[in-house]
Design a protein around this ligand. Structure first.
Ligand SMILES: *[C@@H]1O[C@H](CO)[C@@H](O)[C@H](O)[C@H]1NC(C)=O
Length: 157
């Protein structure tokens, strides 16, 4: 009885991850799993919150590498009422994106890797719900993966 209970309680906890969708109007590959808010306590239901009081939001994105990858470029966009705009990423992430990658260097086809996406949340970020669209490109500007998730900016947890 205790064993069965343990299996049913622990397995969902281990595999719990955030919901995400294929990027609208594309056929781009999806990541394997998204942990919005961290691996320990990921957001399980959209809209996934980020908080002004915390100052940043971290998402771990697990993916399987489709081909050899020697360079990466992260790209975040936000869509609000049908209008999509680029969302700035930290300069350090744009200059040295590989520092935010947990995996081999270079990445080979079939490798599993994780991108550690940390996005600043400024004190004046509007308290709105938006769709976040995150794309990781390779050295040839080919999409490694793309996904969308709905998020909301809140003041504090
Ligand atoms: C992910 O990035 C955040 C912010 O840069 C950092 O605090 C955290 O340690 C990183 N996690 C891993 C596993 O590299």
């Amino acid at each position: 009885m205790i064993k069965i209970f343990t299996i049913f309680v622990l397995i969902p906890a281990i595999f719990a991850a955030s919901p995400f969708r294929r990027c609208q109007l594309t056929n781009h590959p999806l990541p394997d799993a998204v942990f919005f808010g961290g691996r320990e306590n990921p957001c399980l239901q959209e809209p996934c919150p980020v908080f002004r009081s915390i100052g940043s939001g971290t998402t771990y994105i697990d993916f399987t590498v489709p081909r050899q990858v020697t360079n990466i470029r992260p790209h975040l966009r936000a869509r609000v009422i049908g209008i999509t705009v680029d969302h700035e990423l930290p300069p350090s992430m744009m200059e040295n994106p590989w520092n935010y990658l947990i995996g081999n260097n270079p990445l080979n086809a079939g490798d599993r890797a994780t991108f550690n996406l940390t996005v600043p949340v400024e004190p004046n970020t509007p308290l709105v719900t938006s769709v976040n669209i995150f794309t990781l490109f390779d050295q040839n500007n080919q999409v490694i993966f793309c996904y969308e998730i709905q998020s909301v900016v809140r003041g504090s947890p």
